[in-house]
Each structure stands twice: as structure tokens, then as C-alpha cells.
Ligand binder design. Structure first.
Ligand code: TNX
Length: 546
């Protein structure tokens, strides 16, 4: 029957009769400008995609692969010969910077112009969102008119950091799921995956020089807590402990995959706190060589007092060696060193730390943390990398050249921008995807907080009180998915979608075009796409209106 259906489809290349109106343009994030014309272009088995580079070919494949699954025909990707009619033509335009693109659809030809690979990918994503939502299907979809409106789209992102942080320590997510997250980010024109690889509950990256980090530190005693029983069995080892880690090959594979989708993977190696997993593996990294078992429940235990010793030289030697391997793997300009929530009671009692404070003339434990981070900053900058850390790195004096990720509201971000440091805004008021998104009684257990869709939509990485000069230091914004209460991949999807759609608009679209009413219509079309993609999005999020 499949063959018959395909033959039937192929034989009816009748031009579309469909008349498009503004209501048919349901693109998220909303482009900078769209001008709708008259008529349409119809994809069929004779449509060609014409490319001149490998980057363009892989951008084109994102769509031709879809057609071969849903339409029963697979448009050919060609490199030569001006096939002017019935073709999608990729054109390099050096004037278009970074992720900018122009998409021009005429009745017999489509042009996608960009200066760089990201622009071509995003042009294709926009074209994809102009197609019927069935383009996202997993099956052949008969009787669909694969037409798109005649239109001119000009588009570029408002911010260059459009991120999502994924916590794979509290719960471990396998490589294949990370790729799915990357796919989802790309479809929303997001370009940073901040990979939270280290925390109390598990060390998730293989470090050749320190094998115990993953032999010991990646596996924790499974707690009896009821709501965590949903953890996938596959993530328990023979001993029944829970966990997992990425080998260096896994990491390379993830990075290459992300690169092909214009996504930078920024690794986070936490320090000096949130490192019980490391101290459990190598107790000498703590002030008192006190072995801590990784029996931390996935929900975590605060305050975080088992932290690296800031007095022993050995700690710095260890971290530099770890970072050397991390830099070898990750091409990212930014290396995240955490820096958050270090309760420094051990440092007060530790002879090594106290000696360090004396010799370095440091007046408080905050200054000792600042010393710690400065050393890391110097080390990273020698290797041409930029240190980024949570806003606690401001305390006791910010290292020169450091970039700040503002999470305790926007205060830290304001302070850093005022001092001429780059900033990524990720305030827990608008960007914490681990918070509830609907009425608590209807929602799966979450850490707390309340972040409905419309609140994410109000997020603006630039704070109103900022001067133009200060605003110029804001790289962009990011959502954080802390995973204490997120044991499975489908639960993770539930927390990410549709809030990612709202976030994407906050970091991509011009501020003036922000319109909740309009977005809440467009997001319904996105729901259809998510349904076809079998994404477990939170339908409840939509119930909350402005
Ligand atoms: C605070 S945000 C943390 C994380 C938790 C999160 C829960 C930040 C830098 N630290 O360790 O997972 O709250 O919302």
C-alpha cells in the first residue's frame, strides 16, 4: 500500500490552490520582519535543493529528511546547475552576520541567504515552520498539500547567548537524550547548551588522569525516597547504585552533534562547592581528607559544606589537570566553573586555608574564594578561554576578564555589567525551568517556585534600569533545568516545553514585537508540532493566561 500511496502522491503535482493569510504565519521565535505576498510555492518530488557547501547541505538535509519520512518523496540536494524553477537555492551573502538569514519564497523558487552556517540552519527552520505541522510527523502523511506562502523574511537574533542549562548530575541523562535536547534547542534557534556535568550527586565526565571520579563519583547509593523510584533502571549499576557518566568519546560525539546544529556546548565543572562526588572519589581534595559517601539524595542537602580545600596546592593542581582535559574536549570559548553556594565553615577551621589567607593577605573566607576563582581565571585565560561562573564569584572581588551568570535575580548581572564584565542573565524569577509551571496540585512534584509560560515570556535579559553601555555587556539569557526532581527524560521534556518556546522569543525576537496574546496563539501551532515530534510538553502551561 505504501508504494501505491507514494505513486498516487507523485502523480498529482497540481499547483496549490491554498490561499495564505497572516494567520498562517506561526513562527516561533517571531522573526524580525515578514512580508506576506500572494500565491504559494509547492514542494513535490521534483523540487531540488541547491547548495554550494557542506554546511548548506546539512542545513538542507534537515528538511529533505523530513520530506522523505512524511511525504514519500525525497527532494534531491544538488550542487551544480542553476535549476531556477521548483528549487530551494542557498546563497551566501557576506553582509549577513553570524546567525542572520533572509528567506524569500516566490511561486517557483525559494532563496535562503546567509553569511554563516547558523543563518542557513535558521533559514531552514523558518521554512519548516511555514510548512503544514505534519512536516514533523514520524509517519507518512498522505493528502497533504506541502505548500508555503510567498513571503519575504528578514531575521537575526537579538542576543548571541541563547541558552539552556541541563543538570545531568542530580539525575543522569544518556547521550541520546542529550542529542534530542540539542534538536529541540536548534528548532527554537537556541545556540548554547550549558552542560552541568558536576555536582554533589554525581561526576558525569570521564577524566583520564583521575579515573575514580567516574568509578566512584558517578554512582550514588539509591535513596528510598518514593518519588524518585521512577528513575530508569538502566541508570543503575550492578550494585544497585544510581548514576552514569559520559566517556570522552561520548562528549566528543555530543559536541560534534551540537556543532552541526550551531550549538556551543559550554561545560560546567563546579568548584569549590557542589563537589561531594569529587571528594568522595578523592578525599584529599577536602580540608580534612574527610571521606564523604555519595549518599546525597537527588534532592540535595543544603548548606553545602563539603567543599574543596582552598589551602592545599594539590586542589589547584587537580583542578588544572581536570580543566586541561576539559579544554582538550570542548572548543567553547567559555568554561563554567560554578562558584555557587559554597558554605565556608570548613575553611574557617582548616589550617591549610588559614595559612593561605595569611600568606595571601586575605581578610575573609569570601576573599579566599575570590582568590580561588582568580587563580582559575588566570589559568583559563592563559589557555585562551574565558571563565564564566554563577554570581557568587562577585563576592570578595571579581576576577578580571570573568563573565558572570546572574541567577539570584538580576543584581549580580547589573553589578558585573556596571564594572564592564560580560553577563548572561538567568534570574531564578524567570528562567528556572525546575519550578512549577501550573497549579501545584495538577503538576508533578517540583522543587518549588512558580514559573508559568507567560512569566517566561516576560523575561528580558536587559534590565530596564541599564544604560546602553551596561546593556552592551549582556550576552543574552538562559534557562536552567536543575534536575533534583526530574528523574526521567519525559519529565525533563515536560519541564522544558513549551517554556523553551517563550524563552526563545525572549532571547531572539526584537523587544518591540513581544506580544503575549499573539504568542499564545502561535504556541498552539507549536503544540501540534510537539505532538508530531512526540514531545511530552506541559499542556498545563498554556492554561495560565496573562
Ligand atoms: C540553586 S542556581 C542552585 C542549584 C539548585 C537550584 C535549584 C544555582 C547556581 N545553584 O544547585 O539545583 O538552586 O533551583
Amino acid at each position: 500500500t505504501l508504494v501505491i500511496v507514494m505513486m498516487a502522491l507523485n502523480s498529482c503535482n497540481v499547483p496549490s490552490q491554498k490561499v495564505f493569510t497572516e494567520n498562517d504565519i506561526q513562527i516561533i521565535p517571531k522573526p524580525v520582519s515578514t512580508v506576506l505576498g500572494e500565491g504559494s510555492f509547492t514542494f513535490n518530488k521534483n523540487t531540488k535543493f541547491q547548495v554550494t557547501s557542506e554546511d548548506q547541505r546539512s542545513a538542507a538535509a534537515a528538511l529533505t529528511d523530513r520530506f522523505s519520512i512524511v511525504a514519500g518523496f525525497s527532494p534531491e540536494i544538488i550542487t551544480e546547475g542553476q535549476s531556477a524553477n521548483n528549487a530551494v537555492i542557498f546563497v551566501v551573502d557576506e553582509k549577513l552576520k553570524e546567525d542572520a538569514y533572509e528567506l524569500s519564497i516566490k511561486k517557483d523558487q525559494i532563496n535562503i541567504k546567509a553569511g554563516q552556517p547558523g543563518g542557513f540552519l535558521y533559514g531552514v527552520q523558518t521554512l519548516r515552520q511555514l510548512l503544514p505541522t505534519a512536516i514533523e510527523s514520524q509517519n507518512i502523511e498522505p493528502d497533504i498539500d506541502w505548500s508555503v506562502p510567498v513571503i519575504k523574511v528578514k531575521d537575526h537574533p537579538r542576543f548571541k547567548w541563547r541558552g539552556l542549562m541541563l543538570d545531568v548530575s542530580r539525575h543522569f541523562f544518556k547521550k541520546d537524550y542529550i542529542k534530542e535536547v540539542i534538536d529541540g534547542l536548534a528548532r527554537h534557534k537556541m545556540n548554547v547548551l550549558h552542560f552541568h556535568l558536576v555536582d554533589d550527586q554525581g561526576w558525569r565526565i570521564e577524566i583520564k588522569k583521575y579515573p575514580k571520579l567516574t568509578e566512584i563519583g558517578a554512582w550514588r547509593v539509591d535513596h528510598e525516597d518514593k518519588h524518585w523510584n521512577a528513575r530508569p533502571k538502566a541508570s543503575r549499576d550492578e550494585k544497585g547504585t544510581y548514576g552514569g557518566f559520559y566517556t570522552q568519546d561520548d562528549i566528543r560525539e555530543i559536541i560534534a552533534y551540537a556543532q552541526s546544529k550551531n550549538i556551543e556546548v559550554v561545560p560546567e565543572i563546579e568548584m569549590p562547592a557542589h563537589v561531594s562526588s569529587a571528594i568522595a572519589s578523592y578525599p584529599e581534595l577536602a580540608c580534612f581528607d574527610n571521606p564523604v559517601p555519595i549518599s546525597v539524595p537527588s534532592g540535595g542537602v543544603w548548606p553545602i559544606t563539603d567543599i574543596y580545600c582552598a589551602g592545599k596546592e594539590h586542589t589547584f593542581e587537580f583542578l588544572e589537570n581536570v580543566l586541561l582535559e576539559v579544554m582538550e574536549l570542548f572548543p567553547s570559548k567559555y568554561i563554567h566553573i560554578g562558584g555557587d553556594e559554597a558554605t565556608k565553615t570548613n575553611w574557617k577551621k582548616c589550617p591549610h586555608c588559614q595559612r593561605r589567607m595569611k600568606t595571601e593577605n586575605l581578610k575573609s573566607e569570601e576573599e579566599l574564594q575570590s582568590y580561588f576563582i582568580r587563580r582559575m581565571e588566570r589559568f583559563l585565560s592563559i589557555h585562551d578561554r574565558v571563565l564564566i561562573g554563577w554570581d557568587e564569584i562577585l563576592e570578595g572581588g571579581l576576577a578580571p576578564g570573568a563573565t558572570v551568570m546572574s541567577w539570584r535575580g538580576v543584581k549580580g548581572g547589573l553589578e558585573a555589567a556596571n564594572d564592564g564584565h560580560e553577563v548572561v542573565m538567568t534570574p531564578n524569577s524567570h528562567c528556572y525551568f525546575d519550578h512549577y509551571q501550573g497549579p501545584q496540585g495538577d503538576e508533578p512534584l517540583a522543587i518549588g517556585g512558580y514559573l508559568p509560560l507567560n512569566k517566561v515570556y516576560q523575561f528580558d535579559p536587559v534590565v530596564e534600569s541599564m544604560t546602553e553601555e551596561q546593556a552592551s555587556y549582556v550576552l543574552g539569557g538562559q534557562a536552567n533545568l536543575w534536575a533534583e526532581y526530574i528523574p526521567t527524560t519525559s519529565h525533563s521534556e515536560y519541564m522544558i516545553y513549551p517554556r523553551l518556546a517563550a524563552l526563545s522569543e525572549a532571547v531572539w525576537s526584537p523587544k518591540e514585537s513581544r506580544d503575549w496574546q499573539d504568542f499564545s496563539t502561535r504556541v498552539q501551532t507549536m503544540f501540534e508540532r510537539y505532538d508530531y515530534q512526540r514531545i511530552n510538553y506541559a499542556k498545563s502551561a498554556y492554561l495560565i493566561t496573562a
